[in-house]
Design a protein around this ligand. Structure first.
Ligand code: MRU
Length: 342
Protein backbone atom coordinates (compact mmCIF):
# COMPACT_ATOMS: atom_id res chain seq x y z
CA UNK A 1 0.00 0.00 0.00
CA UNK A 2 1.31 3.45 -0.95
CA UNK A 3 1.74 5.98 1.86
CA UNK A 4 0.78 9.44 0.57
CA UNK A 5 2.32 11.44 3.43
CA UNK A 6 4.22 10.00 6.37
CA UNK A 7 5.92 11.42 9.47
CA UNK A 8 9.32 9.78 10.02
CA UNK A 9 12.42 10.41 12.15
CA UNK A 10 14.11 11.85 9.07
CA UNK A 11 11.30 14.24 8.11
CA UNK A 12 8.03 14.24 6.17
CA UNK A 13 8.11 11.57 3.44
CA UNK A 14 5.80 11.88 0.45
CA UNK A 15 5.35 10.00 -2.79
CA UNK A 16 6.08 12.57 -5.54
CA UNK A 17 2.77 12.75 -7.42
CA UNK A 18 4.25 14.82 -10.25
CA UNK A 19 6.22 11.83 -11.57
CA UNK A 20 3.61 9.09 -11.10
CA UNK A 21 2.87 6.67 -12.72
CA UNK A 22 6.15 6.63 -14.65
CA UNK A 23 8.23 6.65 -11.49
CA UNK A 24 7.56 5.79 -7.83
CA UNK A 25 9.79 8.37 -6.19
CA UNK A 26 9.69 9.46 -2.56
CA UNK A 27 10.87 12.83 -1.27
CA UNK A 28 11.88 13.62 2.32
CA UNK A 29 11.19 17.16 3.51
CA UNK A 30 12.88 18.51 6.60
CA UNK A 31 11.60 22.07 6.88
CA UNK A 32 8.47 24.11 6.40
CA UNK A 33 9.67 25.69 3.14
CA UNK A 34 10.17 22.23 1.64
CA UNK A 35 6.65 21.16 2.59
CA UNK A 36 5.20 24.43 1.24
CA UNK A 37 7.03 23.93 -2.04
CA UNK A 38 5.76 20.34 -2.29
CA UNK A 39 2.17 21.55 -1.84
CA UNK A 40 2.56 24.43 -4.31
CA UNK A 41 4.12 22.26 -7.02
CA UNK A 42 1.61 19.44 -6.34
CA UNK A 43 4.09 16.77 -5.30
CA UNK A 44 1.33 16.28 -2.77
CA UNK A 45 -2.19 17.26 -3.83
CA UNK A 46 -5.85 16.50 -3.08
CA UNK A 47 -7.64 18.47 -0.37
CA UNK A 48 -7.25 16.12 2.63
CA UNK A 49 -3.65 15.17 1.73
CA UNK A 50 -2.73 18.87 1.54
CA UNK A 51 -4.19 19.34 5.02
CA UNK A 52 -2.17 16.44 6.46
CA UNK A 53 1.01 17.67 4.74
CA UNK A 54 0.52 21.21 6.07
CA UNK A 55 -0.05 19.88 9.61
CA UNK A 56 3.20 17.92 9.37
CA UNK A 57 4.92 21.05 8.01
CA UNK A 58 3.87 22.91 11.16
CA UNK A 59 5.14 19.99 13.26
CA UNK A 60 8.55 20.39 11.54
CA UNK A 61 8.39 24.11 12.35
CA UNK A 62 7.62 23.26 15.99
CA UNK A 63 10.76 21.10 16.19
CA UNK A 64 12.83 23.99 14.84
CA UNK A 65 11.09 26.76 16.82
CA UNK A 66 12.91 28.88 19.38
CA UNK A 67 11.02 28.19 22.65
CA UNK A 68 11.31 31.89 23.48
CA UNK A 69 9.56 32.79 20.22
CA UNK A 70 7.33 29.71 20.00
CA UNK A 71 4.09 31.30 18.78
CA UNK A 72 5.83 33.87 16.53
CA UNK A 73 7.87 31.15 14.82
CA UNK A 74 4.84 28.93 14.34
CA UNK A 75 2.73 31.82 13.07
CA UNK A 76 5.44 32.59 10.48
CA UNK A 77 5.39 28.94 9.38
CA UNK A 78 1.59 28.94 9.25
CA UNK A 79 1.66 31.94 6.91
CA UNK A 80 4.13 30.22 4.54
CA UNK A 81 1.92 27.11 4.37
CA UNK A 82 -1.33 29.10 4.05
CA UNK A 83 0.04 30.94 0.99
CA UNK A 84 0.51 27.75 -1.07
CA UNK A 85 -2.93 26.92 -2.51
CA UNK A 86 -6.16 28.86 -1.85
CA UNK A 87 -9.11 26.60 -2.71
CA UNK A 88 -9.00 23.42 -0.60
CA UNK A 89 -10.22 24.45 2.84
CA UNK A 90 -8.67 21.37 4.48
CA UNK A 91 -5.34 23.25 4.38
CA UNK A 92 -6.66 26.13 6.51
CA UNK A 93 -8.66 23.77 8.71
CA UNK A 94 -5.54 21.72 9.52
CA UNK A 95 -3.36 24.80 10.10
CA UNK A 96 -5.97 26.29 12.44
CA UNK A 97 -6.20 23.05 14.40
CA UNK A 98 -2.41 22.88 14.75
CA UNK A 99 -2.21 26.53 15.90
CA UNK A 100 -4.92 25.84 18.48
CA UNK A 101 -2.75 23.04 19.85
CA UNK A 102 0.34 25.31 19.75
CA UNK A 103 -1.42 27.79 22.04
CA UNK A 104 -1.81 25.09 24.72
CA UNK A 105 1.72 23.62 24.76
CA UNK A 106 5.35 24.34 23.83
CA UNK A 107 6.19 20.70 23.40
CA UNK A 108 6.93 19.87 19.72
CA UNK A 109 6.01 16.25 20.43
CA UNK A 110 2.44 17.31 21.06
CA UNK A 111 2.31 19.02 17.67
CA UNK A 112 3.74 15.94 15.99
CA UNK A 113 1.06 13.88 17.74
CA UNK A 114 -1.64 16.33 16.60
CA UNK A 115 -0.49 16.06 12.96
CA UNK A 116 -0.53 12.28 13.24
CA UNK A 117 -4.02 12.43 14.74
CA UNK A 118 -5.21 14.54 11.78
CA UNK A 119 -3.84 11.85 9.47
CA UNK A 120 -5.38 8.94 11.40
CA UNK A 121 -8.76 10.69 11.63
CA UNK A 122 -8.73 11.33 7.87
CA UNK A 123 -8.33 7.61 7.16
CA UNK A 124 -11.12 6.80 9.64
CA UNK A 125 -13.43 9.37 8.01
CA UNK A 126 -12.72 7.92 4.58
CA UNK A 127 -13.55 4.42 5.79
CA UNK A 128 -16.81 5.69 7.30
CA UNK A 129 -17.66 7.42 4.00
CA UNK A 130 -16.97 4.14 2.25
CA UNK A 131 -19.47 2.35 4.47
CA UNK A 132 -22.20 4.97 3.90
CA UNK A 133 -21.49 5.62 0.24
CA UNK A 134 -21.15 2.02 -0.95
CA UNK A 135 -24.93 1.72 -0.67
CA UNK A 136 -25.31 4.28 -3.47
CA UNK A 137 -23.52 1.98 -5.92
CA UNK A 138 -25.70 -0.81 -7.35
CA UNK A 139 -24.12 -4.17 -8.17
CA UNK A 140 -22.95 -4.09 -11.77
CA UNK A 141 -22.73 -0.28 -11.94
CA UNK A 142 -20.29 1.77 -13.99
CA UNK A 143 -19.20 4.90 -12.13
CA UNK A 144 -17.64 7.97 -13.73
CA UNK A 145 -15.16 9.98 -11.65
CA UNK A 146 -13.16 13.14 -12.32
CA UNK A 147 -9.68 14.02 -11.04
CA UNK A 148 -8.19 11.85 -8.28
CA UNK A 149 -10.08 11.56 -5.02
CA UNK A 150 -8.33 8.40 -3.92
CA UNK A 151 -5.72 7.25 -1.42
CA UNK A 152 -3.22 9.60 -3.06
CA UNK A 153 -5.46 12.63 -2.45
CA UNK A 154 -6.00 11.78 1.23
CA UNK A 155 -4.18 10.17 4.15
CA UNK A 156 -5.36 6.83 2.71
CA UNK A 157 -8.37 4.94 1.25
CA UNK A 158 -9.81 8.03 -0.49
CA UNK A 159 -13.11 9.89 -0.61
CA UNK A 160 -14.85 9.25 -3.96
CA UNK A 161 -12.52 6.34 -4.72
CA UNK A 162 -12.96 5.19 -1.10
CA UNK A 163 -16.69 4.81 -1.75
CA UNK A 164 -15.96 2.88 -4.94
CA UNK A 165 -13.31 0.82 -3.16
CA UNK A 166 -15.74 -0.03 -0.34
CA UNK A 167 -18.35 -1.24 -2.85
CA UNK A 168 -15.67 -3.33 -4.60
CA UNK A 169 -14.47 -4.80 -1.28
CA UNK A 170 -18.09 -5.63 -0.40
CA UNK A 171 -18.07 -7.91 -3.44
CA UNK A 172 -20.04 -5.71 -5.84
CA UNK A 173 -19.16 -5.71 -9.50
CA UNK A 174 -18.13 -2.04 -9.97
CA UNK A 175 -16.48 -0.59 -13.03
CA UNK A 176 -14.95 2.88 -13.17
CA UNK A 177 -14.62 5.35 -16.03
CA UNK A 178 -11.87 7.84 -15.17
CA UNK A 179 -11.74 11.25 -16.86
CA UNK A 180 -8.12 12.03 -17.70
CA UNK A 181 -8.58 15.50 -16.09
CA UNK A 182 -6.74 18.09 -18.13
CA UNK A 183 -4.48 19.94 -17.61
CA UNK A 184 -2.69 18.14 -14.74
CA UNK A 185 -3.95 14.65 -15.71
CA UNK A 186 -4.76 13.44 -12.20
CA UNK A 187 -7.26 10.98 -13.70
CA UNK A 188 -4.90 9.46 -16.26
CA UNK A 189 -1.81 9.46 -14.07
CA UNK A 190 -3.18 8.85 -10.57
CA UNK A 191 -6.74 7.46 -10.59
CA UNK A 192 -6.01 4.92 -13.32
CA UNK A 193 -2.78 3.88 -11.54
CA UNK A 194 -4.41 3.61 -8.13
CA UNK A 195 -7.42 1.59 -9.29
CA UNK A 196 -5.32 -0.79 -11.39
CA UNK A 197 -3.06 -1.27 -8.38
CA UNK A 198 -6.12 -2.30 -6.31
CA UNK A 199 -7.71 -4.49 -8.97
CA UNK A 200 -10.76 -2.28 -9.58
CA UNK A 201 -11.66 -2.37 -13.31
CA UNK A 202 -10.95 1.08 -14.77
CA UNK A 203 -11.33 2.56 -18.24
CA UNK A 204 -9.57 5.81 -19.05
CA UNK A 205 -11.33 8.42 -21.22
CA UNK A 206 -10.48 11.99 -22.17
CA UNK A 207 -12.63 14.66 -20.54
CA UNK A 208 -14.56 15.42 -23.74
CA UNK A 209 -15.78 11.80 -24.05
CA UNK A 210 -18.02 11.82 -20.96
CA UNK A 211 -21.12 13.06 -22.82
CA UNK A 212 -20.73 10.34 -25.46
CA UNK A 213 -20.70 7.55 -22.88
CA UNK A 214 -23.54 9.05 -20.85
CA UNK A 215 -25.72 9.33 -23.95
CA UNK A 216 -24.96 5.70 -24.84
CA UNK A 217 -26.13 4.52 -21.43
CA UNK A 218 -22.69 3.41 -20.29
CA UNK A 219 -22.55 5.48 -17.06
CA UNK A 220 -24.86 4.72 -14.12
CA UNK A 221 -23.67 7.36 -11.68
CA UNK A 222 -20.98 9.96 -11.09
CA UNK A 223 -19.00 10.46 -7.90
CA UNK A 224 -16.26 13.02 -7.27
CA UNK A 225 -14.38 14.46 -4.31
CA UNK A 226 -14.45 18.10 -3.18
CA UNK A 227 -12.02 20.85 -2.23
CA UNK A 228 -14.47 23.09 -0.40
CA UNK A 229 -18.20 22.77 0.26
CA UNK A 230 -20.13 25.91 1.24
CA UNK A 231 -22.96 25.94 3.80
CA UNK A 232 -25.58 25.56 1.02
CA UNK A 233 -23.87 22.52 -0.56
CA UNK A 234 -22.23 24.33 -3.49
CA UNK A 235 -19.05 22.34 -4.10
CA UNK A 236 -15.65 23.38 -5.45
CA UNK A 237 -13.73 20.55 -7.07
CA UNK A 238 -11.25 20.07 -9.90
CA UNK A 239 -11.90 22.13 -13.04
CA UNK A 240 -14.32 20.22 -15.26
CA UNK A 241 -16.40 18.80 -12.43
CA UNK A 242 -19.16 21.37 -13.01
CA UNK A 243 -19.38 20.33 -16.67
CA UNK A 244 -19.67 16.67 -15.68
CA UNK A 245 -22.49 17.55 -13.25
CA UNK A 246 -24.38 19.46 -15.97
CA UNK A 247 -23.99 16.49 -18.33
CA UNK A 248 -25.19 14.09 -15.64
CA UNK A 249 -28.32 16.18 -15.04
CA UNK A 250 -29.08 16.30 -18.77
CA UNK A 251 -28.81 12.50 -19.02
CA UNK A 252 -30.71 11.78 -15.79
CA UNK A 253 -27.66 10.27 -14.06
CA UNK A 254 -27.16 10.90 -10.33
CA UNK A 255 -24.13 13.03 -9.43
CA UNK A 256 -22.67 12.49 -5.93
CA UNK A 257 -19.88 14.16 -3.96
CA UNK A 258 -17.84 12.49 -1.20
CA UNK A 259 -15.94 14.61 1.33
CA UNK A 260 -15.06 14.53 5.04
CA UNK A 261 -16.18 17.28 7.45
CA UNK A 262 -12.76 18.96 7.12
CA UNK A 263 -13.77 19.94 3.55
CA UNK A 264 -16.88 21.89 4.61
CA UNK A 265 -16.60 25.65 5.08
CA UNK A 266 -19.74 26.73 6.91
CA UNK A 267 -18.44 30.30 7.08
CA UNK A 268 -19.31 30.66 3.37
CA UNK A 269 -23.03 30.90 2.57
CA UNK A 270 -22.55 29.80 -1.04
CA UNK A 271 -19.98 28.70 -3.59
CA UNK A 272 -19.68 32.24 -4.93
CA UNK A 273 -17.32 33.09 -2.07
CA UNK A 274 -14.96 30.15 -2.68
CA UNK A 275 -11.54 31.39 -3.88
CA UNK A 276 -10.52 29.72 -7.15
CA UNK A 277 -6.83 29.04 -7.69
CA UNK A 278 -5.32 30.17 -11.01
CA UNK A 279 -2.28 28.14 -11.98
CA UNK A 280 0.63 28.58 -14.35
CA UNK A 281 -0.44 28.91 -18.04
CA UNK A 282 2.38 26.49 -18.91
CA UNK A 283 0.16 23.66 -17.59
CA UNK A 284 -2.15 24.40 -20.56
CA UNK A 285 0.39 25.31 -23.25
CA UNK A 286 2.79 22.44 -22.51
CA UNK A 287 2.55 18.68 -22.05
CA UNK A 288 5.48 17.25 -20.09
CA UNK A 289 7.74 20.09 -21.12
CA UNK A 290 6.75 20.06 -24.80
CA UNK A 291 4.90 23.04 -26.22
CA UNK A 292 1.48 22.16 -27.72
CA UNK A 293 0.21 25.72 -28.30
CA UNK A 294 1.60 28.73 -30.16
CA UNK A 295 4.04 30.86 -28.24
CA UNK A 296 2.41 33.96 -26.73
CA UNK A 297 -1.20 32.69 -26.92
CA UNK A 298 -3.52 34.03 -24.21
CA UNK A 299 -4.32 31.31 -21.65
CA UNK A 300 -6.70 30.90 -18.72
CA UNK A 301 -6.03 28.17 -16.16
CA UNK A 302 -8.52 28.07 -13.29
CA UNK A 303 -7.75 24.93 -11.25
CA UNK A 304 -11.25 24.46 -9.80
CA UNK A 305 -14.90 25.17 -10.56
CA UNK A 306 -18.02 25.21 -8.41
CA UNK A 307 -20.88 22.77 -8.93
CA UNK A 308 -24.15 24.28 -7.69
CA UNK A 309 -25.88 22.28 -4.97
CA UNK A 310 -28.97 21.82 -7.16
CA UNK A 311 -27.00 19.46 -9.42
CA UNK A 312 -25.83 17.26 -6.52
CA UNK A 313 -27.99 14.22 -5.65
CA UNK A 314 -26.18 13.53 -2.36
CA UNK A 315 -23.05 14.41 -0.39
CA UNK A 316 -21.36 11.49 1.36
CA UNK A 317 -19.55 12.51 4.55
CA UNK A 318 -18.42 10.47 7.55
CA UNK A 319 -21.82 11.02 9.20
CA UNK A 320 -23.83 9.57 6.32
CA UNK A 321 -25.31 10.58 2.95
CA UNK A 322 -26.58 14.18 3.12
CA UNK A 323 -29.52 15.04 0.88
CA UNK A 324 -31.11 18.31 -0.27
CA UNK A 325 -31.95 20.79 1.08
CA UNK A 326 -28.29 20.96 2.03
CA UNK A 327 -28.51 24.10 4.17
CA UNK A 328 -30.43 21.93 6.63
CA UNK A 329 -28.78 18.54 6.17
CA UNK A 330 -25.25 20.00 6.38
CA UNK A 331 -26.07 22.02 9.49
CA UNK A 332 -27.71 18.99 11.12
CA UNK A 333 -24.69 16.74 10.39
CA UNK A 334 -21.88 19.16 11.14
CA UNK A 335 -23.47 21.38 13.77
CA UNK A 336 -21.87 24.73 14.40
CA UNK A 337 -18.29 23.90 13.40
CA UNK A 338 -16.94 26.03 10.62
CA UNK A 339 -13.65 25.88 8.80
CA UNK A 340 -11.48 28.96 8.90
CA UNK A 341 -10.10 30.34 5.67
CA UNK A 342 -7.31 32.83 5.24
O1 MRU B 1 -5.45 20.25 -7.79
P1 MRU B 1 -5.66 18.98 -7.00
O2 MRU B 1 -5.11 17.77 -7.65
O3 MRU B 1 -5.17 19.16 -5.57
O4 MRU B 1 -7.23 18.83 -6.96
C1 MRU B 1 -7.78 17.71 -6.32
C2 MRU B 1 -9.25 17.59 -6.44
O5 MRU B 1 -9.91 18.41 -7.04
C3 MRU B 1 -9.88 16.45 -5.71
O6 MRU B 1 -11.01 16.01 -6.36
C4 MRU B 1 -10.26 16.94 -4.31
O7 MRU B 1 -9.16 17.50 -3.65
C5 MRU B 1 -10.84 15.87 -3.47
S1 MRU B 1 -9.62 14.72 -3.04
C6 MRU B 1 -10.16 13.58 -1.93
Amino acid sequence: VVETVEWTEKGVVMIDQTVLPVEERYVTLTDVEGVAEAIRTMKVRGAPAIGVAAAMGLALAAQAADPERWLEDLEAARRILAATRPTAVNLFWALERMMRKARTTRDPHELIAEAQAIKAEDIAMNEAMGRHGAELIPDGATVLTHCNAGALATAGFGTALGVIRAAHLAGKDVKVFADETRPFLQGARLTAWELMHDGVPVTLITDNMAAFFMKNGRIDLVITGADRIAANGDTANKIGTYGVAVLARHHGIPFYVAAPSSTFDLSLPSGEQIPIERRNPAEVTHLFGSRVAPEGVAVENPAFDVTPAELIAGIVCEHGVLRPPYVESIRAALGSRSAVSG
